[in-house]
Design a protein around this ligand. Structure first.
Ligand code: GDP
Ligand code: IMO
Ligand code: MG
Length: 426
């Protein structure tokens, strides 16, 4: 039995999609456990690019069942669009299963997200995919789950009830137009026959697979610093993108998790608002953005860029219990004379080796850097550690020593095949 988890360790966009696709080759089942179509994962297979939002990145491996777990907020219209794109490209999608406990992300959630962001004095910079409002409704117990869609009459009654409530909010608080019930019902009627066959009770499917010694890969979206409890609150997403999220979001016990793989990008990026201690607002940051192609896959926004922050990685290590690190995009740093790595925060004259909870404190922090020498050799086609330039090996080793977590794989390019395997991920 092997329960493997892949999580982001920074602010998202570490290359999780690519790494999940690589690890999924040996998985018997892939399960997403949180988030929704706020995610944007780019996977490149033999030069062909796939951009996935809601579908697990493991979907490209066509044999393993691919589950949208109970903890996901799933917009069925986006799901069908993504499936149509894959099918048009010759891939099959009959291995996709939606948990009957997953929340239906409704059209009014997107609308609410947009209205809230527009009205907020303190903007979060959300992806405006309706994620926050959908999770808020879930916890307020007015969410609609997939099993409630099967009986369409029940679904219509519940929709009426919730939409009446939402329309009061839209019109009286935001002064916005109400949403039309009949149009919404018609839109859902159109997708009924395609969605309903995909809805299943998934917790038994997943636990039975683990019982049968199968390898189940739990695929995280977003990342530790966007975690609702342990991220840079309130500049976070509304789910738990850590290994703990797997237990509630996929319906498995903590003891079933064997391996937790943290994906670490060799530098930092962040999309949306919130403190970012190592952010580079100068030409160096612009150079990283251009060289690394750091533009959001979901919103197209330029990503904020900065040096690697090892306090962030250590925070993710602690919150996730990382057993392995996969280091990505180190090829992007090629050509720099020197590379900085943050090893402490100085706040009002005091040096911290951990991240304080109060974001107002973090916003004041000055990074304490260790400077390492760079390299100029093209490493993007290298296949073994000993081919790497010495300074590049030293950079990897520095991260490994500082975090105390072994680096099991080094990704040196965006394609499925651009990897250096160091230790087997079990
Ligand atoms: P995710 O959200 O964590 O899946 O990451 P994204 O897909 O949003 O962003 C990562 C970007 O970097 C994508 O465009 C990938 O194709 C690309 N990428 C992933 N790994 C590597 C790598 O090792 N080197 C380079 N140059 N690009 C990579
Ligand atoms: P992947 O899976 C990067 C950020 C948004 C915003 C905050 C809240 O591709 O790594 P939300 O729409 O979730 O309410 O937005 O979280 N965010 C991400 N940033 N990568 C992501 O996903 C993200 N998903 C959400 O930019 O700051
Ligand atoms: Mg992304």
């Amino acid at each position: 039995m092997s329960g493997q988890v892949v999580v982001g360790t920074q602010w998202g966009d570490e290359g999780k999609g690519k790494i999940v696709d690589v690890l999924a080759e040996k998985a018997d089942m892939i399960v997403r456990f949180q988030g929704g179509d706020n995610a944007g994962h780019t996977v490149i297979v033999n030069g062909k690019k796939y951009v996935l939002h809601l579908l697990p990145s493991g979907v490209l491996r066509q044999d393993a069942p691919c589950i949208i777990g109970p903890g996901v907020v799933c917009n069925p219209f986006v799901l069908l669009e993504e499936m149509a794109t894959l099918e048009a490209g010759g891939l099959k999608c009959d291995h996709i299963i939606i948990s009957d406990r997953a929340q239906i992300l409704m059209p009014y959630h997107r609308y609410q997200d947009k209205l809230e962001e527009e009205a907020a004095a303190n903007k979060i910079g959300t992806t405006q995919r309706g994620i926050g409002p959908c999770y808020a409704d879930k916890y307020a117990r007015r969410g609609i789950r997939y099993h409630e869609f099967i009986d369409f009459d029940h679904f219509k009654t519940k929709l009426k009830e919730v939409l009446d409530f939402k329309n009061k909010l839209f019109t009286s608080v935001y002064g916005a137009e109400p949403m039309d019930y009949d149009t919404m019902v018609k839109d859902f009627e159109k997708i009924y026959d395609r969605i309903v066959p995909m809805i299943k009770e998934t917790t038994h499917i997943v636990n039975d697979a683990l019982d049968a010694n199968k390898t189940v890969l739990f695929e995280g979206a977003q990342a530790a610093m966007l975690d609702i409890n342990y991220g840079t609150y309130p500049y976070v997403t509304s789910s738990s993108p850590t290994s703990a999220g797997v237990t509630t979001g996929a319906g498995v016990a903590p003891s079933r998790i064997d391996t937790v793989v943290g994906v670490v990008k060799a530098y930092s990026t962040r999309v949306g608002e919130g403190p970012f201690v190592t952010e580079l607002l100068d030409e160096q940051g612009e150079w990283i953005r251009k060289t690394g192609g750091e533009y959001g896959a979901t919103t197209g926004r330029p990503r904020r860029c900065g040096w690697l922050d090892l306090l962030v990685v250590n925070h993710a290590k602690m919150m996730n219990g990382l057993t392995d690190i996969v280091l990505t995009k180190i090829d992007v740093l090629t050509g720099l004379e020197e590379i900085k790595v943050c090893v402490g925060y100085e706040i009002d004259g005091k040096v911290y080796n951990y991240i304080p909870s109060d974001q107002a404190e973090v916003a004041k922090a000055k990074p304490v850097y260790k400077t390492l020498p760079g390299w100029s050799e093209d490493i993007s086609k290298m296949e073994t550690v000993d081919q790497l330039p010495k300074n590049c090996i030293d950079y990897v080793k520095f991260i490994e020593d500082f975090t105390g977590v072994r680096i099991s794989m080094i990704s040196v390019g965006p394609d499925r095949i651009n990897n250096i395997y160091v230790h087997e991920i079990k």
